[in-house]
Write a protein that binds this ligand. Structure first.
Ligand code: NAP
Length: 472
């Protein structure tokens, strides 16, 4: 019997769909799952009648694969990956390739690439985005590792990934853990945009008195604009239209207001803090999830701390696409991308990843959760200026900021006056206002630091390092 082209470990939501994708694209496959009953279930179900066979253990799995073996590991990130590597390694031969497609921490990937390359196996850390549907139909893929290892999987991933007008949504990202670093930042941007849309929903509902269908109509309208046409706006519309089959009310209102997280948002913020990259909109989104999780405390505080009447305020009309609210959503979304791209740029320099910013924008245009028309503009901006320090100063984006800043300001002011928390909108406003302010008040911070700790300061009017005895 001929050997299979491709192996998959881990028949979770993603693995199951990815192996069906590979098979559909002509790669006969072998699957292994820790719990064998799941393998049987899959082979008798969605995998039936396909060029996919199962293996009971990792030795049998490896034996069924052609060389060099291309093995995608789609399991829970963390120690599970190390344990699979340890178990499978004795059966692998020189040149075989393991691809970790899960959401691994990029420093773990950095270590694994080094360890496995020493054993002459290839190791690719590949971020994959697209959820279950994307995994099946074509996700965005972010593979990092050695270029040789990437070359060995290029034909596979180019066929499996989403396709957009200028090519497949996969490219060689760079060495070491760069693929997982880029996926981490992708997820940080995703956190930002999800929270931005949730804030728009909260304003429409609480300050505008709108119902699910009306808000969904606004989302549908926004999804037709170049600035907001995106997968996340599209699914927000869908979520807002669904009714509870029991009473016909908006289903979203029945959902507990606690948002989960699995680590990538946190890692984005931690990396940003370590690298000195400002990501306030993304941080605000992460913090909003943390705040959401302390539901009991919020409920008791609600009865203790006085609130005031929620008077409606001017957020535009359906006819004008809720113009100021749209301004806020557009600018906060741009800020999420701008902060993520800046983090990538700084991380690339620090870690020696040599990230190609236009290519990253290109592979995010299809398949992934943050795909949007804006990414075409982002690709273009970095193509025109690969050294662009921040998206906000690229001509098209600078025009958007100038045009929409009054709308964002009105929305934040309206929300603040009514006690509605708008973490992403307000931090975006601060971010833009800080970024466009030539002189910030940190001169006073420096004075205080010098006063209590003799930390010294620089002057704007002459060169040198200065210290003053402030309290004399
Ligand atoms: P998952 O729920 O994260 O993982 C399920 C799979 O992991 C099962 O096959 C499970 O085997 C296996 N597994 C768990 N611990 C293991 C261990 N110690 N040794 C061997 N196998 C183990 O599944 P998923 O949602 O498909 O995600 C897979 C990876 O992709 C994760 O890193 C996830 O963060 C990432 N990811 C997920 C999505 C998504 O939309 N779900 C999108 C992008 C990336 P058993 O059946 O035996 O329990």
């Amino acid at each position: 019997m001929s050997k299979a082209h491709f192996g998959l470990i881990g028949l979770g939501v993603m693995g199951e769909n990815l192996v069906l994708n590979a098979e559909r694209n002509g790669f006969s496959s072998v699957v292994y799952n820790r719990t064998f009953s799941k393998t049987e279930e899959f082979l008798n179900g969605r995998g039936a009648g396909k060029q996919i066979e199962g293996a009971k253990d990792l030795r049998e799995f490896v034996e069924k694969l052609e060389r060099p073996r291309r093995i995608l590991v789609m399991i829970k990130a963390g120690s599970a990956i190390d344990s699979v590597i340890e178990t499978i390694s004795p059966y692998l031969e020189s040149g075989d390739l393991l691809i970790d497609g899960g959401n691994s921490e990029f420093r773990d990937t950095e270590r694994r690439v080094l360890e496995l390359e020493k054993k002459s196996f290839g190791f690719i850390g590949m971020g994959i985005s697209g959820g279950a549907k994307g995994a099946m139909e074509g996700p965005s893929m972010m593979p990092g590792g050695t270029k040789n290892s990437y070359d060995a999987i290029e034909s596979l991933v180019c066929k499996m990934s989403a396709q957009v007008e200028d090519g497949p949504c996969v490219t060689y990202i760079g060495p070491g853990g760069s693929g997982h670093f880029v996926k981490t930042v992708h997820n940080g941007i995703e956190y930002g945009i999800e929270q931005i849309l949730a804030e728009a929903y909260d304003l429409m509902k609480r300050a505008g008195g709108m119902k699910g269908e009306q808000m969904a109509d606004v989302m549908a309208r926004w999804n037709e604009t170049e600035e907001l046409s995106s997968y996340l706006v599209e699914i927000t519309e869908a979520c807002l239209r669904v009714k509870d089959p029991v009473d016909g009310e908006d289903l979203v209102e029945k959902i507990m207001d606690k948002a989960g997280q699995k680590g990538t948002g946190l890692w984005t913020v931690v990396s940003a803090l370590e690298l000195g990259a400002p990501v306030p909109t993304i941080y605000a989104a992460l913090n909003a999830r943390v705040m959401s999780s302390i539901k009991d405390q919020r409920l008791s505080a609600q009865s203790l701390i006085k609130s005031w009447d929620l008077k409606p305020f001017e957020m535009g009309t359906f006819e004008d696409g809720m113009a100021p609210l749209m301004d806020a959503v557009v600018l906060a979304s741009i800020a999420s991308y701008a902060q993520g791209m800046e983090l990538l740029r700084i991380g690339s320099m620090q870690y020696g990843y040599n990230l190609q910013m236009p290519s990253i924008a290109q592979i995010w245009k299809g398949g992934c959760i943050i795909r949007s028309q804006l990414l075409g503009r982002i690709q273009h901006a970095f193509h025109n200026n690969p050294q662009l320090p921040n998206l906000l100063v690229a001509p098209w984006f600078a025009d958007q900021v100038s045009l929409r800043l009054p709308g964002l300001t009105r929305i934040v002011a309206g929300g603040v006056e009514r006690g509605i928390p708008l973490p992403c909108f307000s931090s975006t406003l601060d971010y833009i206002n800080s970024y466009r302010t030539g002189r910030l008040p940190q001169n006073l911070v420096q004075a205080m630091r010098d006063c209590f700790g003799s930390h010294t300061y620089q002057r704007v009017d002459k060169e040198g390092i200065f210290h003053t005895e402030w309290l004399d």
